[in-house]
Design a protein around this ligand. Structure first.
Ligand code: SAH
Length: 340
């Protein structure tokens, strides 16, 4: 559609739509007719349905409505030295982990490449509005990234090539889909791999993460080892600490042994409350004790700072509400806080 337009025009369109993440209507440096044409051929894939702020504006959860009315969420997080967006790869999720709000709600559909990329483009723009540069993308929102492999990788390529984000600043988080991890090892982009482990023995993991029955720990850890050997990237394990379930001494010992063997970094996340799971998170002093135990046993571990608990934006709390609930929830976007 830009055939016949001068080169600088093409650059303006590219800069506006992709680099700055604007809507066609906002590209006031273009002729009006062209803006209208762009809006027709490249309408925004995502519409803001609601937005909530927490952590004094450093955490922003956006509920997006897709063209077919489905809802997904992404979370933008500003830290002192970096800005990260956590994006969704599916509407809903089929993995059925009982402690996760998205898992409790079930699967709706895969997101397209455009729907995944646009979450990042819009986050980048929102970050720029607060004079921050989006540096990291984690595929840790709603859905299982490796169950939507081709579109996930299409999005990763575009983030890398078109948006210039380094693959080293992209992290794919998986429940442990072994064929997906093996495919990742053959890709040219060396992204980080995070595995949602939660248990280091098959009996407990079968109960917490149902896909473990299909891909048990032995196969999962072998695939992780091969990924590390192929890519040389850091592996991390996510471990949601559930009171009395996976926070025992034996759990720390098993986890430490595995983390040491794979040289994985352990991210401990005290379980966040979800409506459909009766158990609560490990209390803070025992979370610290669990971390210390891991360190004593020679494993690297940090407690993940919980972002956005009060707005249900924390890990495992993303569950888009039905449309009928939406209208009253739209909160005003606060003016960006200037930070240097
Ligand atoms: N399906 C992918 C990515 C989405 S889940 C995966 O499983 O990795 C993102 C992270 O949040 C995962 O580590 C997941 O296990 C964790 N999580 C899910 N529910 C949680 C909860 N209620 N509290 C804390 N973490 C949770």
């Amino acid at each position: 559609m830009l055939v016949g337009h001068p080169r600088y025009r093409v650059d303006q369109v590219w800069e506006g739509l992709y680099v700055q993440g604007k809507d066609p209507a906002e590209l006031t440096n273009l002729p009006k007719v062209l803006r209208g044409q762009l809006d027709e051929v490249a309408p925004a894939a995502l519409r803001v349905a609601a937005q909530q702020h927490a952590d004094r504006g450093d955490t922003i959860k956006t509920l997006w409505e897709l063209h077919d009315g489905r809802l997904i969420e992404s979370v933008l997080m500003h830290y002192p030295g970096r800005t990260t967006v956590c994006v969704s790869t599916q509407a809903g999720c089929a993995m059925a982990c009982g402690f996760c709000a998205t898992g409790q709600a079930g699967f709706e559909r895969h997101l397209s490449v455009g729907e995944i990329v646009e979450q990042v483009v819009r986050a980048r723009r929102s970050a720029a509005d607060s004079e921050r540069r989006l540096s990291n993308v984690v595929f840790m929102g709603m859905g299982e990234p490796l169950a939507n492999y081709d579109r996930l990788w299409g999005a990763i390529r575009r983030l890398h090539v078109d948006l210039g984000l380094s693959a080293r600043h992209l992290t794919v988080s998986t429940v442990g889909i072994v064929p997906g991890i093996r495919r990742m090892a053959t890709e040219p982009e060396p992204v980080n791999l995070a595995v949602s482990l939660h248990a280091a023995d098959d009996e407990l993991r079968d109960a917490l993460v149902p896909v473990n029955r299909r891909y048990p720990l032995r196969e999962l850890t072998a695939a992780c080892e091969d990924y590390l050997a192929a890519k040389g990237r850091r592996l991390s394990f996510e471990w949601a600490l559930i009171d009395g379930v996976n926070d025992r001494t034996i759990d720390a010992e098993r986890l430490a042994a595995l983390a040491r063997r794979l040289r994985a970094h352990v991210n401990l996340i005290p379980l966040n409350a979800t409506p459909g799971y009766p158990t609560t998170g490990t209390p803070p002093e025992r979370v610290a004790a669990f971390r210390d135990r891991l360190e004593d046993l020679g494993a690297n571990a940090t407690v993940r700072r919980n972002r956005g608990n009060d707005i249900d934006a924390a890990c495992g709390q993303l569950a888009a509400r039905p449309r009928t609930d939406l209208q009253p929830q739209v909160t005003e976007v606060q003016p960006p806080t200037r930070r240097l």
